[in-house]
Structures are given as C-alpha cells and as structure tokens.
Design a protein around this ligand. Structure first.
Ligand code: GDP
Length: 299
C-alpha cells in the first residue's frame, strides 16, 4: 500500500521535495522561510496551519551548539503532527444489536460519491461482510445506472427507486430490506444537488430520519474532491452544517498536487479524513494513514 500511495501521490511529491530542498539549505534566511510558506499555502494547507508549521520548523531548525538538525526528520515529524491530530479514523460499518450499520454518503455531484460507494462495497465484501447499496440519488437516471453497474462489478445488490422518485423512500426501502435480511451494512448514495442550504437540509434530513425509523445511521461520510481546493472546502462546510458528518473521503488524491487539503479540511470541519480515493478502479480506496501519506509527500 505504501508503494502504491507513493506512486499515486507523485503529483504531491513536488511539495515534499520542494520543502525538503528549501529546508536543507545551508542558510535558512528570511527569503527561504518565505518560499517555504508560499509552497505550503500553494498546497492548500491553509493560512493558520501554515504559520504554525513554519513557526515550529523555525524553532527546530535553529542551529544550536553546532549540530545541524536533520531537515528530513524534522519535516517528517512536524508534517505527521499536522495531518494527524488525535482523531478516530475507524469506519463505523456495524450496527448495534444485530442491526445493520448504515453508511450515508453525501457530497456535491462530480466529487466521486457514487464511485466511492462502489469502492466501499468492495471493501465490505473483501472483509466478508454482507451489504446492500441504496441508489437514493433519484434525480439523475445516470447515477442510478452507474451504481447498478458498480453493484454488479463488486457483487452487491442495489436497491433502486423510480427515476425522479423520493430519495428518502429508496433509502427507507433499502434499510428495511437490510434489517429483514440481517445484512451487516447498508451504504446509501445520496443526491448532491447544492440547490440551497435549506433544500439540502430538508432533503438529507428526511433521508436520515426515515432511515433511522429502521436502524441508526452509523457513519455519515462527506465526499470531497481533492482537486477542487478551497472551493471544495466551502461546499464541505455547507454539508457539515446541514448533517452531522462523521468522516471525510478525499477523492482524486491521485490527480492532485494539493495534498495539503487534508490538513485544511480536518481543521475546518473538525472531522477526520477516513478514506482517500487514489484512482477510478474498485480497489482504489484506502484508509487514510498519516505517516504513509507524509512519506509519500516526501518521496
Ligand atoms: P458523483 O457525481 O459524486 O457520484 O461522482 P462519480 O462517482 O460519478 O465520479 C465522478 C468522476 O470522478 C468519475 O469519472 C470517477 O471515475 C472519477 N473518480 C472518482 N473517484 C476518483 C479518484 O479517487 N481518483 C480519480 N482519478 N478519479 C475518481
């Protein structure tokens, strides 16, 4: 997994290499610190975390008594500290008392929501769990078709409703079936129309309410496209305002040179990145591992 993460994050390697190059200079003058700051800001880490990190690096890289600190070691430790605040990254896919766990997957269209649902199903199957998928994005026929294809691909049944039907009713039926069959986990794909905050709140609120008539929602995953940078963060904030997000899935990290978004999103939402998307294939979803991530950055 480490090797793959490294390959996939090749784009982000530029950040790590750049930082390391600057930090390894013989003289760390003000121009150098400014360049380090620019690199971090350019990677979407955010203003406050950038300043904190630079402060820490300044302190630790100060040469005292002739011993030059090892730039790589210092940078690695401080980056891990930054991306890994004490947060529980475990995925809650099991319900209590024999009820299914219910994973609600939310996010703006195009971020990789449906793909992520398919990949999660794949992980569940690989873990010998029984699962059902709910195609509750009824507004786009293509979304339902796409999820059906994923279901076939990974061998998990997909519960779907009529096009344009009520998303909440599809979610309800899927979880009801999940309870009746005693499946381990139901994963619900939702619609990602960012019409307005109230509309979104009403829609997701209703989906969640009807599900919980059957079985508690154990995980609400917000899917965020790593390539959208600060704009994606604004959208993420809207979702986290309307529903209690319990984890972030950061997709398309393979195509992004902006790995710093991991830091920014955890800070802004106070929610851990639990999974990262590293490609379009069924196995391209991995648990987020801070040390592996930082090592990939540093190349
Ligand atoms: P949705 O509208 O949010 O459901 O998004 P989709 O699941 O349809 O994904 C949109 C596009 O992003 C598709 O072409 C996916 O193959 C692609 N995609 C999703 N996740 C990833 C990822 O982790 N890496 C890459 N490179 N592409 C992804």
């Amino acid at each position: 997994r480490m090797v793959r993460l490294r390959q996939r994050l090749a784009g982000s390697g530029a950040l790590g290499r750049g930082l390391l190059g600057l930090l390894s200079r013989d003289k760390l003058d003000e121009d150098t610190w400014e360049a380090i700051e620019d690199l971090l800001l350019g990677a979407d880490i955010g203003v406050a975390p950038t300043q904190e990190l630079v402060e820490k690096l300044r302190t630790r890289m100060r040469v005292e008594g002739g011993d030059t600190p090892d730039a790589r070691t210092v940078l690695r430790e401080e980056l891990i500290d930054l991306v890994d605040p004490a947060m529980d990254r475990g995925l809650r896919v099991s319900g209590a008392d024999g009820q299914p766990g219910v994973v609600l997957v939310v996010g703006v269209n195009g971020t990789g929501k449906t793909t992520t649902v398919g990949k999660i199903a794949r992980i569940l199957v690989a873990d010998d769990r029984t699962a059902l998928l709910a195609a509750a994005d009824t507004f786009r026929a293509a979304a339902t078709e796409q999820l059906a294809t994923w279901g076939e691909r990974v061998g998990v049944e997909v519960v779907r409703g009529p096009e344009g039907g009520d998303p909440a009713s599809v979610a309800f039926e899927a979880v009801k079936l999940g309870v009746e069959r005693g499946v381990d986990t139901v994963v619900v794909d939702t619609a990602g129309r960012l019409q307005n905050k109230q509309g979104l709140m009403d829609e997701l609120g209703k989906v969640k309410r009807v599900i919980e008539k059957q079985s508690p929602v154990t995980e609400v995953l917000l899917v965020l496209d790593a390539t959208t940078g600060q704009n994606g963060l604004v959208q993420a904030k809207v979702f986290s305002d309307v529903v209690d997000v319990t984890g972030i899935v950061l997709t398309k990290l393979d195509g992004s040179a902006k790995g710093g978004i991991v830091v920014a999103v955890q800070r802004q939402l106070g929610v851990p990145v639990k999974l990262v998307g590293l490609g379009e294939g069924p196995d391209d979803l991995a648990p987020f591992d801070a040390a592996a991530f930082v090592d990939a950055l540093l190349g």
